[in-house]
Design a protein. Structure first.
Length: 215
């Protein structure tokens, strides 16, 4: 006897939630065992329901899908979660993956995409809707280009100063670490601001973090 994949759905629109349930249960190996109208209720019942796969809508009241994802992963680091969304936006995709989602599909996807996602995630594979995969490639290129850009823009010494600046060090502290004068540090920082197009230390630090200059 085939073990059916137990699915829990959190989606605030009852018609969509019921439609997803009917769609999935057309498959002989998938069974929807619970459905909730908001993220908080889904989190509250997760351990009780013990689903194999969770489907979370991103836009929900009380607790949105990303918040629910984070809390479910805190309850069970092995939770297998698929995000269901209208957002064809790399920001949401990357945030979901960062928080531990294993699947990301759009609400206008074909039924076969949803089914494939459930089966893939159930066996431990990541499933990104094919039309969204290019967003990951674009983000990789953006980060890579940004890293290459700062390598070309900044001197080795300026990169050292930026790293220390990003850790919250004052000019005097940077000068002591690098064995240079405070005036030289100030000159380096002015050059860094100009080259990166930032206005202050905070913006420079954010740039350094986003572009993997500091971890």
């Amino acid at each position: 006897m085939i073990h059916a994949i137990k699915v829990m759905i959190a989606e605030d629109h009852s018609m969509i939630r019921e439609g997803l349930k009917q769609l999935l249960e057309l498959e002989h190996d998938i069974r929807v065992i619970a459905g909730f109208a908001d993220g908080k209720t889904a989190v509250d019942h997760y351990l009780e329901v013990q689903p194999d796969v969770v489907i979370l809508d991103i836009n929900m009241p009380v607790l949105n899908g990303l918040e629910a994802l984070e809390q479910i992963k805190a309850l069970d680091c092995n939770a297998r979660v698929i995000m269901l969304t209208i957002h064809q936006d790399r920001h949401y995709l990357l945030k979901a993956l960062e928080l531990g989602a294993m699947g990301y599909i759009l609400k206008d996807a074909e039924a076969a995409v949803l089914v494939d996602a459930v089966r893939s995630v159930h066996i431990g594979q990541t499933y990104i809707q094919p039309s969204m995969a290019s967003e990951l490639v674009n983000e990789y290129k953006r980060i890579k280009n940004g890293t290459e850009a700062h390598q070309k823009l900044l001197t080795d010494r300026e990169v050292e100063v930026l790293k220390l600046l990003s850790r919250g060090m004052l000019n005097k502290e940077i000068a002591n670490v690098l064995y240079i004068s405070e005036k030289t540090v100030k000159n380096h920082i002015s050059s860094i601001f100009r080259k990166l197009g930032v206005q202050d230390r905070t913006q420079a630090a954010v740039y350094a973090i986003k572009n993997k200059i500091v971890e």
